[in-house]
Design a protein around this ligand. Structure first.
Ligand code: SAH
Length: 257
């Protein structure tokens, strides 16, 4: 029945949200990498308008806020993340320059040419890299920047196991030159593209999950959806360790022309 399907779906979303609320970041990244991407962006002042799309609990947003002039709005579709985001804003005393809002990256209500910088770490895949680059461009001023991380292949050929995993999870994954070309064709000068180092995945993404996974498994023994979810997470780590020379996240920074 459809109501059963809905409740299972809602349970999954709540579970995923609750699980990821345990961490400072909900995707691979690091303070160093956020700052490195920021170092390519040269047009910001105290009147600049910045948005962070798919901000999660705001790990990277707070780094941005502490290292740029301007006003930052973090947008995420999950209220649980935005609540934590806004608590982090208070704790870090950033309320005069940062706010978190619930919203969807495919229904943004900014004015044309209103923004100086669009940021999105580990999140543009939700609407797709090419679609995101194209749809969000109108909100940027001329000379404004976009900075996103995106899953990318590092090599022309890949072992079939990892190829199949990604083609199922995110078929838009592609090589770095193709992603750079897509950025150029979408109307940006590709200013930088660099690979996120391994510690963004290990220390900052997978390692913090290990203890939380243990807790979940002992707390929810016999709960098939939770056990299945944790198993998936663990499988991702196994694949990463086995195939990390073939794929990873890449930061792409572009300037609107
Ligand atoms: N940028 C954060 C979170 C990355 S995880 C970080 O790097 O840590 C991806 C985020 O995208 C999640 O927080 C998820 O809730 C959010 N998301 C997914 N679909 C979305 C949509 N349509 N609009 C806005 N946010 C979305």
């Amino acid at each position: 029945m459809s109501s059963d399907i809905k409740s299972i779906h809602e349970f999954d979303i709540n579970l995923i949200c609750e699980y990821y609320s345990n961490f400072e970041r909900q995707g691979p990244g690091s303070k160093e990498v956020t700052l490195k991407a920021l170092s390519f962006i040269d047009n910001l002042n105290k009147n600049s308008k910045i948005v962070d799309l798919g901000c999660g609990t705001g790990g990277q947003t707070m780094i941005l806020a502490q290292n740029t002039a301007g006003q930052i709005t973090g947008i995420d579709m999950f209220p649980t993340f935005i609540n934590i985001f806004n608590k982090n804003v208070q704790n870090l005393n950033l309320q005069n320059k940062v706010k978190g809002e619930v919203g969807s990256m495919d229904k943004l209500s900014f004015k044309d040419e209103e923004l100086d910088l669009i940021w999105s770490e580990g999140a543009i895949y939700n609407i797709g890299y090419e679609r995101g680059l194209r749809e969000w461009r109108k909100f940027l001023k001329k000379g404004g920047y976009i900075a996103v991380t995106e899953a990318s292949w590092f090599t022309e050929k890949r072992p079939s196991e990892i190829e199949e995993f990604w083609n199922d999870a995110y078929p838009e994954i592609d090589t770095i030159p193709k992603k750079v070309l897509q950025m150029q064709k979408a109307g940006y000068v590709p200013v930088a593209a660099f690979i996120l180092p391994d510690n963004c995945w290990t220390e900052n993404f997978f390692d913090p999950q290990i203890n939380v996974q243990k807790e979940y498994l002992s707390k929810h023994k016999g709960n098939t959806p939770i056990e299945g979810f944790i198993k998936n997470q663990q499988h991702e780590l196994v694949l990463y360790n086995k195939y990390k020379e073939f794929y990873g996240y890449v930061f792409y920074v572009g300037k609107k022309v």
